[in-house]
Design a protein around this ligand. Structure first.
Ligand SMILES: [Zn+2]
Length: 341
């Protein structure tokens, strides 16, 4: 196990840390089949050696942090995908596979394993009636109590399996759900990094969540006190709320580069602690074409590196990449970001 305190010491000294690229994107590109409901979650169980190789690719490319393949492994999603009896198995394996990749590494630097936690609970698309990943919604129709139970379950499992810290990869506008996740992670006693995605609206304001209004709604009835999507929360408001939980790092993630540029400026105003940025490459079809190898990302490696260097110059200390960006972006990133210590 790598001690988190060495990572904290690096952050405290002002060093820049390299995070990995998108775990599921890389698994896609390796040919690992995605589950229609639980996306890459079951692959910890069905394709363990591929998951290890995916992490090894990131380590070899220069990532200091590798993220567990647990973005889509909450109980409701795994149950709907037919893996309800394997919640513990899949989440435990996800951590162990990342540790295995770290153990096989011959790199001299420390590698940290971040436990990914998301707000993705797969739902039913009300327009088509189909259950599946394209209908995913952030915390659809789930009460605060149920959400808390789901997150406590997986954070407990991942902490027991030995993650070094948690990273809350909560997309969307449900900031209450994001906070519930962070609180569940905090209860383990491990450090917690909290991520927010953002977009710039037609009034040029930096808003929480993605560009498009959510088109999917809750499956089933709405419970009293259920999480409600916030349509109009600014990123500033959202950051002020989440920092009350006491994150160790704040992250801007899963947003196009131009949105991250704006969001980083907001975050630097609202937050004085360590800041992280990892953009996505944008895509419209999450399941089938998220990593279509016949197409190039709109952002070239040069575009991405230019943006990443700007963020570092502004004070961002951890950089990586999210959906659509594969490991090929991490190697040049490592080479272009100077190591301070
Ligand atoms: Zn992403």
């Amino acid at each position: 196990m790598t001690e988190y305190k060495t990572l904290k010491a690096r952050l405290d000294s002002g060093d820049t840390i390299i995070h990995d690229a998108a775990v599921s994107t890389e698994l896609h590109s390796m040919g690992v089949p995605m589950d229609y409901i639980a996306w890459s979650g079951p692959s910890n169980y069905t394709h363990p050696s591929s998951v290890i190789q995916m992490h090894q690719r990131h380590i070899k490319a220069g990532a200091d942090i590798i993220t567990t393949n647990t973005w889509s492994t909450l109980r409701p999603t795994l149950e709907r995908a037919g893996y309800g009896d394997f919640v513990r198995e899949i989440n435990t394996r996800a951590v162990h596979l990342a540790q295995e990749a770290r153990g096989r590494s011959s790199e001299e630097r420390d590698i940290y394993v971040a436990g990914s936690l998301s707000s993705n609970i797969t739902g039913r698309d009300p327009r088509t009636g189909e259950m599946g990943f394209p209908a995913f919604s952030s915390t659809p129709g789930v009460s605060a109590e149920e959400l808390k139970d789901h997150y406590q379950e997986v954070t407990g499992i991942m902490a027991e399996a030995g993650v070094d810290f948690f990273i809350i990869e909560a997309m969307g506008r449900d900031n209450e759900a994001r906070i519930i996740q962070a609180e569940a992670a905090k209860e383990t006693g491990l450090p917690v990094w909290i991520g927010l995605n953002a977009h710039v609206d037609q009034n040029n304001a930096v808003m929480l969540g993605g560009q498009q209004s959510p088109t999917h709604v809750a499956e089933g009835k709405t419970y009293p006190g259920a999480r409600k999507l916030r349509e109009d929360m600014t990123l500033s408001e959202a950051i002020r709320e989440v920092i009350t939980v006491g994150p160790d790092v704040l992250a801007i993630f899963h947003s196009r580069i131009e949105n991250v540029n704006r969001a980083v400026e907001v975050a630097l105003e609202e937050w004085s602690g360590p800041l992280m940025a990892y953009p996505d490459a944008g895509a419209t079809d999450l399941l089938i074409k998220w990593r279509d190898l016949t197409k190039s990302n709109e952002e070239s490696t040069e575009d991405y590196l230019k943006a990443a260097k700007n963020w570092v110059n502004q004070g961002v200390q951890i950089v990586g990449a999210c959906c659509g960006f594969g490991v090929e972006y991490i190697k040049p990133l490592r080479q272009s970001i100077p190591k301070n210590i």
